[in-house]
Every structure is written in C-alpha cells, then in structure tokens.
Design a protein around this ligand. Structure first.
Ligand code: SF4
Length: 94
C-alpha cells in the first residue's frame, strides 16, 4: 500500500506540499585540519582558508561542545565533494 501511494505521490511531492525540508549538517574537526585548501577550492561557497592559522574555515559554522564547527544546511551542495577530498577526513556530512 505504501509503495502504491509512493508511486502515485512520490516523497518530494509530500515534502513540497507540507513544506517539509530535510536539513543536513556539515561538521569540521577544525583542529585536525592540515590546511591543504582542497575544501575551499572545491566548495568556496562554504569554505575559505584562514592562512594565518593554516586551516580551513566553515563559513557560518558554530563551535559545538566537542570543539568542532558545524553548520546546518538545507542542501548539501558541494560539501560532499569537500568532505571526499579532505585528505585527513575531518569534514563530515550527516
Ligand atoms: S580539505 Fe580538510 S585538511 Fe584540507 S583544508 Fe579542508 S578541512 Fe583542512
């Protein structure tokens, strides 16, 4: 039954109809960043380099209780590319 309903009205329809948006979270272990610049090069809308500190900055990110920086976004956009390219895997997209 659910499959039939989903075929008639797929999930994006319900999400738009009920104005549901799924948020994603971008998390950076800032201390673990080695400053390679890959994230900022691939995803400059969200990432920039702090050359004085030699680390990438997640634009608009707020520090959480673990000392990581995190940002909630409606769309992941290029952040998955940034995470995949990070050589020390300090970027998480959840
Ligand atoms: S890709 Fe990773 S290591 Fe490189 S600057 Fe970005 S957060 Fe830092």
């Amino acid at each position: 039954m659910v499959q039939i309903i989903n075929n008639v009205y797929p999930l994006p329809f319900y999400m738009k109809f009920f104005k549901i948006s799924i948020m994603a979270k971008i998390i950076q272990d800032h201390e673990g960043c080695i400053g390679c610049g890959s994230c900022a090069m691939l995803c400059p809308k969200f990432w920039e380099m702090d050359y004085d500190k030699g680390k990438a900055v997640l634009k608009g990110g707020k520090k959480n209780e673990k000392g990581e920086y995190e940002l909630e976004v409606k769309k992941i956009e290029c952040n998955q590319d940034a995470a995949d390219s990070c050589p020390v895997q300090v970027i998480k997209v959840i």
